[in-house]
Ligand binder design. Structure first.
Ligand SMILES: Cc1cc2nc3c(=O)[nH]c(=O)nc-3n(C[C@H](O)[C@H](O)[C@H](O)COP(=O)(O)OP(=O)(O)OC[C@H]3O[C@@H](n4cnc5c(N)ncnc54)[C@H](O)[C@@H]3O)c2cc1C
Length: 161
């Protein structure tokens, strides 16, 4: 199977973009992720797939908690930064944020945010499927339009006619 082609095929599925924020007590860390999915209302669960061997993977396992911030199109810069596109900013968490009830970093200006404890972790090949139990959440209806990702590009929401 051609991995590049498979990646391209997966990439046809349009998604929003989130930043997974983790505070392990020593430092704050962020990772751009579009694998976020809501899972269950009762109990309140969500998931994110995180590549094994990454900083984020180890930090979520160690902290046992994390936050998800759903980005608007005005936050594209943070998507780039937390995807590692600015090597000089590696490990820097300078996005405007506040800490939630669990101490996890939530980006200011996000459309929605969820603060979670780690509920389960499932093997997902080269990724781990982290299921979070939502302990608190919020939305900002005035934050703006969502930032979208499809076909390896950022996209904008255009209402259907
Ligand atoms: C729109 C978008 C959506 C994304 N969605 C996801 C997603 O859902 N899940 C996801 O996991 N990633 C996703 N990514 C990629 C992710 O944001 C980046 O890989 C990010 O840099 C990870 O941050 P980190 O600090 O945890 O990773 P790092 O620790 O910097 O690791 C990044 C990559 O380098 C590898 N790596 C780290 N150290 C070494 C080493 N010493 N030797 C060899 N390889 C090493 C890791 O395994 C990983 O593949 C997405 C990126 C974009 C742009």
């Amino acid at each position: 199977m051609d991995g590049k082609e498979l990646r391209r095929a997966f990439g046809q599925f349009a998604t929003g973009i989130t930043v997974v924020g983790v505070n392990n007590g020593d430092r704050l860390h962020g990772m751009t992720a579009n694998s976020f999915t809501s899972v269950s209302l009762d109990p309140p669960l969500l998931l994110v797939n995180v590549i094994k061997g990454s900083n984020t993977h180890g930090l979520i396992e160690a902290a046992g908690r994390f936050a998800i911030s759903v980005l608007t199109e005005k936050q594209q810069i943070w998507s780039d930064q937390f995807a590692g596109r600015f090597p000089e900013k590696k490990g820097v968490f300078d996005a405007p944020h506040h800490l939630g009830q669990l101490g996890q970093p939530i980006l200011e200006g996000s459309l929605a945010w969820f603060e979670c404890t780690l509920h389960a972790a499932y093997d997902g090949g080269d990724h781990t499927i982290f299921v979070g139990k939502v302990e608190s959440f919020g939305t900002d209806p005035n934050a703006g339009e969502p930032l979208l990702f499809c076909n390896s590009r950022y996209q904008r929401l255009v209402p259907a006619p």
